[in-house]
Design a protein around this ligand. Structure first.
Ligand code: PHE
Length: 342
């Protein structure tokens, strides 16, 4: 019996070494130590032994059991750490590899300037309103004191969509919609796209952007217009900037002016950007024509107002020293990326 026990021990230990995973190990444990296991089977026969032999064989049996249990648990730990190492080797992660960078979008330069502009006018109490890009002839011209066949229509090359439907040539169309729907005091700006059948070149595009401004109240004068635009120019170009009004003509304002600011590039000395004049034209403006107020149901004997139309594209190209307006519309990412975070 002693020999049998020794044999079992030797066999079990040998089998243990060739065990490759914990499943095989479990099977082995059952095979030798389980209820129907080989060791147990031998122990069951202990009854047949003489009382002198019993404790001796019993001790050997216990030693064999202990030795097997120990060996099993040692092998189990070995297998577990082997498995872990293998897993680590398979799932290695090279933390020094460069990550996948996600590129953040940015605002278009026109929108950067527009946001600044809206901030400035909102801080002066202006509301921002929207108007349709497809307009009726009435809102784009007629209500702005430009009847059909009036020579002033030639000032703007219009895209007609039908006899009475146009792509708006100016954001001034929004003035009328606002005055029809609001009572003075009115203080609004209306930014948006406008369209003219112009030839494309470095300073012209058939699509460009204006920001219309309109103030109507009792006692509004040309001084208010000048103060408002001066404030605007100082905030956009810096406090040393000067503003100059030149007489001009728009059918819907009387008097009308063209407004220049001192060139931000040369400070007024004259350079390439301002074509040697020292001045850059940024907008048209004037006092709202009494006919326009009257047409919207506002009494011109009680109320007066001023309006202006800022060329947003010009403002943007001079601010960022962009030499060609077409860059604003071509969506070349190499160009647009330069404005990120500005
Ligand atoms: N709408 C004019 C233009 O497009 C600009 C303007 C707006 C002039 C408001 C006066 C008042 O040229």
């Amino acid at each position: 019996m002693r020999n049998q026990l020794e044999n079992i021990k030797q066999q079990a230990l040998a089998a243990l070494q060739s065990c490759q995973d914990s499943k095989e190990l479990d099977a082995l444990r059952v095979k030798y130590l389980g209820k129907k296991g080989e060791l147990t089977a031998i122990l069951k026969q202990m009854g047949k032994l003489s009382p002198e032999e019993r404790p001796i064989v019993g001790q050997v049996a216990n030693e064999v059991r202990q030795a097997l249990e120990e060996a099993l648990s040692v092998r189990q730990t070995e297998l577990q750490s082997q498995a872990l190492e293998q897993q680590l080797a398979e799932e290695t992660l090279d933390v020094t590899l460069p990550g996948k960078a996600s590129t953040a979008g940015g605002l278009h330069p026109l929108n950067i300037v527009l946001e600044d502009l809206m901030d400035i006018f909102q801080s002066m109490g202006f509301d921002v309103v929207d108007g349709p890009e497809v307009e009726t002839d009435y809102y784009c011209f007629e209500a702005l004191n430009v009847p059909k066949d009036h020579p002033a229509r030639d000032m703007q090359d219009t895209f007609y969509l039908g006899e009475n439907l146009v792509l708006r040539t100016q954001t001034s169309a929004a003035q009328i919609r606002v005055m029809e729907n609001r009572k003075p005091p009115i203080r609004i700006i209306c930014p948006g796209r406008v369209f003219r059948a112009d030839e494309v070149d470095a300073t012209h595009s058939p699509v460009f952007h204006q920001v219309e401004g309109l103030v109507v109240d009792k006692g509004i004068t040309m001084c208010d217009l000048k103060g408002c635009l001066e404030q605007f120019a100082h905030e956009i170009y810096g406090p040393e900037t000067q503003v100059r009004f030149r007489p001009s003509f728009f059918p819907f304002t009387e008097p009308s002016v063209e407004v220049d600011v001192t060139c931000s590039e040369c400070g007024g000395k004259g350079c390439r950007v301002c074509k040697g004049t020292g001045w850059i034209e940024i907008l048209g403006a004037g006092m709202v024509h009494p006919n326009v107020l009257r047409g919207c149901g506002i009494d011109p004997d009680v109320y007066s107002g001023f309006a202006f139309g800022i060329g947003l594209d010009r403002l943007t190209t001079t601010r960022y020293k962009i030499s060609d307006i077409r860059l604003l519309f071509e969506n070349d990412q190499r160009f647009l990326e330069q404005f990120q975070g500005r």
